[in-house]
Design a protein around this ligand. Structure first.
Ligand SMILES: C[S@@+](CC[C@H](N)C(=O)[O-])C[C@H]1O[C@@H](n2cnc3c(N)ncnc32)[C@H](O)[C@@H]1O
Length: 315
């Protein structure tokens, strides 16, 4: 693949937030088109190293060519792995401490725009939605085999879909007659299950259901939580984690994990001075999430829902 048109969101903010040390050891958990990777590499000198993860072979292949000079000069290692296996994959490379890590979550534009990946309700394709092409579970299995109650749960939890019951019931009815095999079939079933008055506003009616199925297929929230737990352990003192999220469920997860790590849990009342050992090991760099600026919002549709949170290990 020669073109990989992904416009990186919050590029400088996320990388500036890492306070890159030229000789530090860094991780980009979500390589994609390599936007954040390249920005980190440009701040590294001899002795500095970046490990860039992606579970999608297409992203790895593209960057193997596109960033070959950084691989050849010993600054970059590409790791084809789910970031939920962060510690294990880094351990195999002899890395047990890092100075920073960035996550730019979700799917890349090329994944979304490549019809055959089955992420989009705008292109007709087999129901797939796997970021990792070697994974067994596909959207076809979720839609055709997951029980009715489980469908309701993912539609309402991951899609925040008000009409989860109606949609799940309609999916069940259709799949009893014949398998639901394509993105456009699913989009049509979802659209017809939603009351006509609601369909008229709020964008494509299938958007929330497609998000829900995608999150379920890739276990996006489970892998993020597991990975962040490991990242918090892996970062050295003064090390930082930057996370860019694109939907409220991810952002809530990051916010609550970071809050837990930066506040004192179960502080007994009436303590005049907080003992050093009770003080948190981490601090938030910004209380509120960092949002894209006006220019970025105008130039990049994906930027609208983006939020950046940064945490630092202080002791
Ligand atoms: C939004 S894109 C990253 C874009 C990148 N920052 C850039 O500037 O081009 C997200 C990438 O992360 C990958 N990804 C998402 N979840 C992952 C996971 N759990 N493990 C590994 N890679 C993941 C996707 O395959 C995709 O290529």
């Amino acid at each position: 693949m020669s073109e990989f048109n992904h416009i990186t969101v919050l590029l400088n903010e996320a990388v500036d937030g890492l306070k890159v040390k030229p000789t530090g050891q860094y991780v980009d958990a979500t390589l994609g088109g390599g936007g954040h990777t390249k920005a980190i590499l440009d701040r590294l000198a001899d002795g500095g190293h970046l490990y860039s993860f992606d579970q999608d072979q297409t992203a790895i292949n593209y960057n193997q060519t596109n960033l070959a000079n950084y691989i050849d000069d010993g600054r970059l290692t590409l790791v084809k792995s789910n970031f939920r296996d962060l510690s294990e994959a880094l351990g195999k490379l002899g890395v047990h401490k890092i100075d920073g890590i960035v996550y730019d979550l979700g799917v890349s534009s090329p994944q979304f725009d490549d019809a055959k990946r089955g992420f989009s309700y705008n292109h007709d394709a087999p129901l797939d939605m796997r970021m990792d092409q070697n994974q067994d579970l596909t959207a076809l299995e979720v839609v055709n085999e997951w029980p009715y109650k489980k469908l309701i749960r993912i539609l309402s939890r991951y899609g925040e879909e008000k009409f989860s019951k109606q949609i799940a019931r309609s999916i069940e009815r259709h799949r009893e007659e014949q398998p639901i095999e394509t993105t456009l079939q699913l989009a049509e079933i979802v659209k017809n299950a939603i009351p006509a008055a609601t369909r008229r506003h709020g964008g494509n009616p299938a958007k929330r259901s497609f998000q829900a199925v995608r999150i379920a297929v890739n276990d996006e929230l489970g892998s993020l939580e597991e990975s962040l737990e490991q990242a918090l352990e892996l970062i050295d003192v003064n090390g930082r984690i930057s996370v860019i999220t694109f939907q409220s469920l991810e952002d809530r997860l990051v916010k609550s994990m970071f809050r837990e790590k930066t506040t004192i849990q179960d502080l007994p009342s009436g303590i005049p001075v907080i003992p050093e050992e009770m003080k948190p090991h981490y601090r938030l760099i910004n209380r509120k999430p960092i949002l894209p600026n006006q220019q970025e919002l105008e130039n990049n549709r994906r930027a609208h829902s983006a939020k950046l949170r940064i945490i630092e290990k202080i002791k």
